[in-house]
Design a binder for this molecule. Structure first.
Ligand code: ADP
Ligand code: MG
Length: 523
């Protein structure tokens, strides 16, 4: 039997790990890098580029280089997040046939699961090269705050990459697993995960082989990218005031600036001040213009303070949902590259009244935890019981557009809740049920997971038929629905036709398509 790899499929960077001799280790690529940019591009001469190679052309060929595609996975094209990405991204985002968001590169359209699948296939290849044997099975992580469509998209990505996804686990839970494995003993920990594109916080209880998530909260559209954008906006404004040139419509200049802004931001995690120098950023009739900008930590902190404070609101909600006070938390584990920022560290320390734990590598701990879970799923005697929760309430829309909650957020998964539905008119033979996930009392303000029609209800007076519908959330956080006519005992087969997910045949097609390119990846 092959080995199971753990993959942290990040918005910005991805990482793979495996358990060897009982210890999880990160698998480096042949160049020695332990993480890989989650980027994909098509070069000027039509070659497909993955990871570091794609990142290298991000400035010169921005419209054909995708980054942060995970921000779009499982989202509807008309959602505010997708519309915002359209404004911000140099690559083209188009509407797909399932009302999903797709990305157009060099005149070919890619779905988001397909793009994530390309990253996963490369991770699979790196693992196979390292292990010297084929890899078929994986545990893949996703942000705890991902909804059903986003999880489904992640699972599809695995299939497209030719992997059997044994489990989707939440990133903070994976981090806790890796942390807890190295430090046995009962404790309550908070995992604060601020990456490039998503933010999650979870509170967990660890004791003798059991990891139980008490609560989770977050924002799947908030991360380091937003910090970079604030810096870029600040500099663009300064440059316009000083030079009278607006850089906003110059894709190449913006891309260079974004790159430099991110470097400056990381620099300021270690130093008090830094410089951004971009020669020949623009030109006008008087000749070329250079950009020289000094940025210090105080200024950076002023630019992003509200974002950091915003994450603390989620932390507060999470602590409350766990039924705790901040001081009840024994350890705070910081995950994600952006959590290295001193302002983030101090804000979190102040909130919990204790300094974050220093012993984990924020870039690697999620993949390590995924590998631990992978090993536990296939090896006997590796008992870890993971009790995770669903991050969002699940419900249906009822008369007047109200959201009727069937499963509350932070309920332990797997969970099944059954409900009896009936008709509102005599001889009504079908009812339509719309399933949503979210916290608003107004159904349409939540995410529509899908809808289904219960048909074949036998003729009867209104209110008489009894159809029991079960809503099920599995350990991956993925929702499914089944129905039974109580009078006849007959099962009704229903599929929640999620608006943004791909059909099996589409997935197979994309997987086949990727195999065609496998040779190109290795070259
Ligand atoms: P993801 O989980 O989204 O893939 P990562 O955990 O790799 O993301 O974090 C990437 C983000 O962390 C980027 O926005 C990057 O700029 C930021 N980052 C990395 N190192 C530092 C640092 N030293 N200081 C501040 N931000 C950092
Ligand atoms: Mg991450």
């Amino acid at each position: 039997m092959g080995r199971v790899i753990g993959i942290d499929l990040g918005t910005t960077n991805s990482c793979i790990a495996i358990v060897e001799d009982g210890q999880p280790i990160v698998i480096p690529n042949s160049g020695g890098y332990k993480t890989m940019p989650s980027m994909f591009g098509i070069s000027q001469d039509g070659k497909r580029l993955v990871g570091h190679l794609a990142k290298r052309q991000a400035i010169t060929n921005a419209q054909n280089t995708v980054y942060a595609a995970k921000r779009l996975i499982g989202r509807r094209f008309d959602s505010t997040e997708v519309q915002r990405s359209i404004e911000l991204c140099p690559y083209e985002i188009v509407q797909g046939p399932h009302e999903d968001a797709r990305i157009e590169l060099a005149e070919k359209t890619f779905t988001c699961p397909e793009l994530a699948g390309i990253t996963l296939r490369e991770m699979k290849r790196i693992a196979e090269e390292y292990l010297g044997e084929p890899v078929h099975e994986a545990v893949i992580t996703c942000p705890a705050y991902f909804n059903d469509a986003q999880r489904q998209g992640t699972k599809d990505a695995g299939k497209i990459a030719g992997l059997e996804v044994l489990r989707i686990i939440n990133e903070p839970t994976a981090a806790a697993l890796a942390y807890g494995m190295a430090r046995p003993g009962d404790q309550r920990i908070a995992v604060y995960d601020l990456g490039g594109g998503t933010f999650d916080v979870s509170i967990l209880e660890i004791s003798e082989g059991v990891i139980e998530v008490l609560a989770t909260a977050g924002n799947t559209f908030l991360g380091g990218e937003d910090f970079d954008r604030r810096i870029v906006a600040h500099i663009v404004k300064g440059f316009e005031e000083a030079e009278g040139i607006d850089l906003r419509s110059d894709t190449m200049a913006l891309q260079r600036l974004k790159d430099a802004a991110e470097k400056a931001k990381c620099d300021l995690s270690m130093r008090e001040e830094t410089e951004i120098n971009l020669p020949f950023i623009a030109s006008d009739p008087e000749g070329p213009r250079h950009l020289n900008f000094e940025l210090d930590r105080v200024m950076l902190e002023r630019l992003v303070d509200d974002i950091v404070q915003g994450t603390l609101k989620s932390v507060e909600q999470c602590v409350q949902d766990a039924g705790l006070r901040p001081s009840d938390v024994d350890q705070v584990v910081m995950v994600g590259g952006q959590s290295r920022m001193p302002l983030v560290q101090s804000a979190v320390s102040d909130y919990f009244g204790k300094r974050p734990h220093k012993g984990v590598n924020p870039d690697e701990v999620v993949a390590l935890g995924a590998a631990v879970q992978g090993a536990a799923l296939v090896e006997e005697g590796q008992d870890v019981l993971l009790l995770d929760v669903t991050p969002l309430s699940l419900g249906i829309s009822t008369y007047g557009g109200h959201f009727a909650r069937l499963i509350d957020r932070n309920t332990t998964v797997p969970v099944t809740k059954a409900h009896i539905f009936t008709t509102t008119r005599d001889d009504q033979s079908a009812v339509k049920i719309r399933v949503f996930q979210g916290e608003s009392d107004l159904a349409t303000e939540n995410d529509l997971l899908g809808e289904f029609v219960l048909a074949g209800i036998r003729p009867a007076r209104k209110g008489e038929p009894e159809v029991e519908v079960s809503f099920d959330i599995d350990s991956n956080g993925i929702v499914s629905v089944s129905a039974r006519d109580l009078a006849t005992g007959q099962e009704q087969s229903i599929t929640v036709s999620s608006t943004s997910t791909l059909s099996d045949s589409e997935i197979d097609q994309m997987a086949a398509d990727q195999q065609n390119y496998e040779v190109a990846f290795k070259g």
